[in-house]
Write a protein that binds this ligand. Structure first.
Ligand SMILES: Nc1ncnc2c1ncn2[C@@H]1O[C@H](COP(=O)(O)OP(=O)(O)OP(=O)(O)O)[C@@H](O)[C@H]1O
Length: 877
């Protein structure tokens, strides 16, 4: 890299540095004047630089660098020999890196001059106007010059400092549309290709091709510049490079950041969804927390590791946390990481401890991809099972601990909302949080007050003031939408302020109700809203019960409270007979759904109204509607994949998605009606049959059921045998899976028409299913020992690849992989402990695994399933 060096006598000289020995340097960003005004490489060589107008900029940059004790600096006009084509090409591809690696970037704004001032980090209004109009924001190359460097400082023509990338963040965002996260060094891969393209959209370049070349670094691609190829073709090449890189990233993603296995949810999206559904985040209603003593203590005092925010339902905790995330994003330094997770009891993806840890890890890796190394070792061995098997919690919490102890991390902020909605393994999660937040260096241990509690009830004054701001905002919206006069507006404002009792949700629900009330009826209507959340819910239920939509409303509520995860509008319509009839009237559907009330309330206080026939009846409705929906929508190659080997992770969801309405239905849940009938009512039924003199009919029914069971059994063998193939290529279900099933398979026979007609010679397969139920794949060397637990729910296999795997034989899932197990082969099945525990040993014999701890000690026989469930994995075998 060629740099300018500031000499003792105040002159500048060009110096050249090999890539591994580049000294610290500053860099200049500016817009070019006329070519002959700028100082070129040749001018520098010839000593003709000082005669050019452009020399001022170079002088400015050199002096500024000297103030920061930097001897070297880089200026694009003269540090590249443009007459050397090879050098020019290399420079275009290196430019982003050069700006990124500079200690500081000085932006010289030649069209902003004199009389400007910065007060409290803010530009004066007049200034803002000039700044916004600066030519610097319209040029193509300056985009990467703004984004890439860690520090960017803006200067006027006279060299007056105007502010930095950080202090002007909001203004820069308003001018360029580049989100603050991108300006703060968040990986650019976090922003979609479209979003990054949009930052460049209205920028100009002198040469058409530069519009694309100036984006190489932004997309992390390389390409040789060919001036003269034209803008269109350059962009075509750029797009191609971007696609290749994205594909490469996604390919790698099986084990990296975009890892579909790790990503159970993107907490970014959850936060956005929550804010949208709760009606946009109001800064005035959460900003009180920033001055709160406990919050400040947590934020400023290194020893206070855990902040516990408590509050009654509807007090605004979730929105408060959204606000805190928002503020921390702005204030934490670039080296710090911020991760968060929003639990939701009604969504099985995000209501358990493992999901919380997964989500937190996902966001950390998203910000600092190098952290993936903590996952890679385990992932490479265990694959997807690492996140799914019975020990996912153990593995992930260990990975998370390692990540948090990574020496490259500065401070890490972790935020978890609604722990009470973490319905699975909450105690484990709590223990983990407490342990992590206690992990302080020894010198802190004594004096540390590590946990800070913040109770919203104890901060009533601040919360009430925040609710007051919320009321003002909602009343303003209502007044504008429904054209309230002053009297009405004041009455609503007064009513809400006097009855809210510091509860945001109560205000939100009343305002929701008022939305559809005509202005003339508003004041009368106010008297009908009872204070307190429960009374309000009760009233809403009563209103629903007496409305024309009572039946459909209750059906929706029952469904919403019963489904195992939140369902989409489309899925809801599919499962609700009465809504199906309104399918072409989305407004009415929306109107009815808006009457929805909280699930906790439904179960606790309105059970009889919503579930007059018990929850079983609702489960039955969901089951039969799901069956109907699947019969209607499912068809062969529903995603038009065409290619038989198409892997499911490469499948892009279609828009519109033919599966959108039946996604809920295809996840068949167990506990079906027949099963429950046989278990609970079978004998009563026999009695009733006898009483009705219908025993023969009962026998016929059971015979029919039995033939159905044979079909089900065949379907079970079918899925067991072909699970692996279908999982990896969905369309193989119609090809190899069918023709490699026994000719006597009922499923094969019934679905014969689906067999490929283009295969004329089919493999000779026997007429019966073979004795092999399924093949368990995973070991990389031959297997020396296998053993079932006594109840057959677990299978252990030991291999010469030095691993032991524990399987769930019912579905072939590998539940756990024990690594570094030293196995010695003897006449009987013998498994030995990892070397660090030698000479301890264990043996598998029949259904029992024996453990010996220390040489000469008696072996302790333990059933395999006890081992699996009781002893931490590394010690099991
Ligand atoms: N800062 C805010 N900006 C905008 N709306 C807010 C804000 N705080 C609270 N609200 C409103 O109040 C409602 C309740 O807030 P939130 O869901 O955060 O309460 P919560 O204490 O988390 O409730 P729960 O205990 O039921 O989970 C939200 O749906 C929203 O309409």
């Amino acid at each position: 890299m060629r740099l300018l060096k500031l000499e003792e006598n105040g002159t500048f000289n060009l110096t050249k540095h090999p890539a591994n020995k580049i000294p610290k340097y500053a860099i200049l960003s500016h817009t070019w004047g006329a070519e002959d005004e700028e100082v070129s490489f040749k001018d520098m060589k010839r000593g003709a630089a000082t005669s050019k107008t452009g020399y001022e900029k170079i002088q400015f940059c050199g002096c500024q660098a000297a103030k920061e004790s930097l001897k070297y600096f880089w200026v694009d006009t003269c540090c590249i020999d443009k007459s050397d084509n090879q050098e020019l090409q290399g420079s275009i591809n290196s430019m982003f890196r050069w700006y990124r690696d500079a200690e500081i970037c000085y932006v010289y704004l030649s069209d902003i001059s004199g009389g400007v001032s910065v007060r409290d980090g803010e530009l004066s209004r007049e200034w803002k106007r000039d700044f916004r109009k600066s030519r610097w924001f319209t040029r193509a190359w300056t985009l990467q010059e703004l984004i890439a460097p860690k520090s960017v400082q803006f200067f006027s023509k006279e060299g007056e400092r105007l502010g930095g990338k950080r202090s002007l963040e909001q203004t820069l965002f308003e001018i360029t549309g580049i989100p603050p996260e991108a300006l703060r060094g968040c990986p650019l891969s976090n922003f979609s290709v479209e979003e990054r393209m949009s930052w460049a959209k209205s920028r100009q370049s002198k040469y058409d091709e530069d519009a694309a070349y100036s984006l190489l670094g932004i997309f992390g691609v390389f390409m040789s510049p060919l001036y003269g190829e034209g803008k269109e073709y350059t962009f075509y090449r750029l797009q191609k490079e971007i696609k290749t890189r994205e594909a490469h990233l996604t390919g790698k993603s099986i084990a990296t950041i975009h890892n579909p296995s790790l990503r159970i949810t993107d907490p970014h999206d959850d936060k956005r969804r929550i804010e949208n559904t709760k009606g946009d985040l109001l800064e005035d209603s959460y900003s009180w927390i920033l001055d709160n003593t406990e919050f400040r203590q947590w934020q400023d005092d290194e020893q206070s590791r855990l902040l516990w925010i408590k509050g009654d339902p509807g007090k605004g905790k979730t929105m408060l946390l959204c606000g805190i995330v928002h503020e921390l994003k702005k204030s934490v330094v670039k080296m710090d990481l911020l991760s968060y997770f929003f639990c939701q009891a009604t969504d099985s993806r995000i209501n358990n401890a493992t999901a919380v840890i997964r989500g937190l890890i996902y966001l950390l890796i998203d910000q600092k991809p190098s952290l993936i190394s903590h996952i890679r070792k385990k992932y490479d061995r265990a694959g997807k099972a690492l996140f799914l098997d019975a020990n996912a919690w153990v593995a992930l919490s260990e990975i998370f601990t390692n990540i948090l102890q990574d020496p490259s991390l500065n401070s890490t902020y972790l935020i978890i909302d609604a722990l009470d909605e973490c319905v699975e393994d909450l105690p484990k999660l709590l223990k983990f949080i407490v342990e992590q937040s206690s992990a302080l260096p020894r010198e802190f241990l004594k004096k540390a007050k590590r946990r800070v509690r913040l109770s919203l009830e104890l901060n009533m004054e601040s919360v009430s003031a925040a609710v007051g701001m919320f009321i003002q905002w909602r009343v303003l919206q209502l007044s504008q939408d429904n054209k309230y006069d002053n009297k009405t507006r004041e009455a609503v404002q007064h009513f809400l302020s006097s009855n809210a009792d510091g509860t945001f949700l109560w205000v939100a629900l009343v305002c929701q109700n008022l939305k559809d009330v005509r202005k003339r009826n508003v004041i009368k209507k106010l008297d009908t809203f009872p204070p307190g959340l429960d009374s309000l819910y009760q009233q809403m239920m009563q209103q629903l019960s007496s409305s024309d939509d009572a039946d459909v409303g209750k059906e929706i509520l029952a469904l919403a409270a019963t489904v195992y995860r939140p369902i989409t509008l489309e899925e809801l319509v599919t499962l609700t007979e009465q809504l199906k009839e309104m399918a072409d009237d989305p407004e009415s559907i929306q109107e009815i759904i808006e009457h929805c009330v909280c699930k906790d309330f439904l179960f606790a206080k309105a059970f009889d109204k919503v579930f007059p026939y018990g929850t079983e009846a609702t489960h039955h409705t969901i089951f039969s509607k799901s069956m109907q929906e699947m019969s209607r929508t499912l068809r062969r190659d529903i995603y038009n994949l065409d290619a038989l080997g198409y892997p499911p992770e490469n499948v892009e969801q279609l828009d519109p998605d033919p599966l959108s309405a039946s996604r809920y239905s295809v996840d068949l849940q167990d506990g079906g009606a027949v099963d429950s009938f046989l278990r609970k009512q079978y004998l009563y039924w026999l009695e009733a049959l006898s009483l009705c003199k219908s025993m023969p009919k009962g026998l016929v029914s059971m015979t029919k059921l039995e033939s159905l069971i044979q079909l089900v059994r065949d379907a079970h063998r079918f899925i067991m045998s072909h699970k692996w193939a279908i999982e990896n290529s969905p369309l193989q279900a119609y090809i190899s899976v069918l023709i490699f099933s026994p000719t006597g398979s009922l499923i094969r026979d019934i679905l014969k028409k689906e067999e490929p007609c283009w295969i004329s010679i089919k493999p000779g397969i026997g007429d019966k299913w073979s004795a092999c139920l399924q093949t368990l794949k995973g070991h990389s060397s031959y297997v020396s020992s296998v053993a079932f637990s006594y109840d057959s729910t677990r299978l252990a296999s030991a291999s010469h690849d030095n691993t032991v795997k524990i399987w769930d034989p019912s579905n072939g899932d590998c539940l756990q992989t024990l690594n570094d197990v030293w196995i010695r082969h003897r006449s009987e099945n013998l498994l030995w402990l990892p070397s660090e525990y030698r000479p301890s040993c264990s043996a598998v014999s029949g259904n029992t695994i024996g453990i010996g701890v220390g040489s000469g000690r008696p072996w302790l026989p333990i059933h395999a399933h006890h081992l699996v469930s009781r002893i931490p994995c590394r010690f099991i075998v």
